[in-house]
Design a protein around this ligand. Sequence first.
Ligand SMILES: [Fe+2]
Length: 217
Amino acid sequence: MAARTWIERQGELAVALKTGQLAPLAWMAEVERLAAEVDPAELMAEINRAKITLGALLPTNDPRKRSIRFVDQHGAPRKMGFAAALFDFSPSNVITPHGHRNMVSSHLVVEGAFRVRNYDRIKDLAGAMVVRPTRDYLASTGMLSAMSGDRDNIHWFVPQGGPARTFDVIISGIDPAQPDYEIAAIDPVGGEVLTDGTIRAPIMEFEDASKKYVATL
Ligand SMILES: [Fe+2]
């Protein structure tokens, strides 16, 4: 599939999700399937024609974000139905485990490889989330990781050497009556394993998570 068509398809899926025509789990299945349809190098060439804005350096060990605005043939920004970004990881950058509300996202590896760990979000407690480990795998270039409220809501990305990069599609405000999105870091490694195999993982500050969840963990 041409990269431009692939990006259009992401927009169609985002609109279908937001209008309720596509359930979050179905959206995940579609973007996972779509990942195999594009050549990451061709996608990057298309992205490089967009307007790219470098994000601020964060106090945490997060990768640097570059926001992408796709433009039309006259250079005017286009409304795509989703937010797009590149995340550029040095070998020591980590996206530490965190959960999300009222948003979905997909992360296509466009350079390098990542160890990806996911957890389902089973229950919310005061100051903690009860989570169940679902995935722990190596995502190489061309592979995609997706999350929603219904599956794999917690994700954790560790680059395998570097540089490594993901192209992210982010759709927030799924329920317009709720806050646009909410993101909270958790500590599954330091959590309490419950009798059913789930983990009571304390919510933590992203700054603290960044100190604990280094690339060797
Ligand atoms: Fe996230």
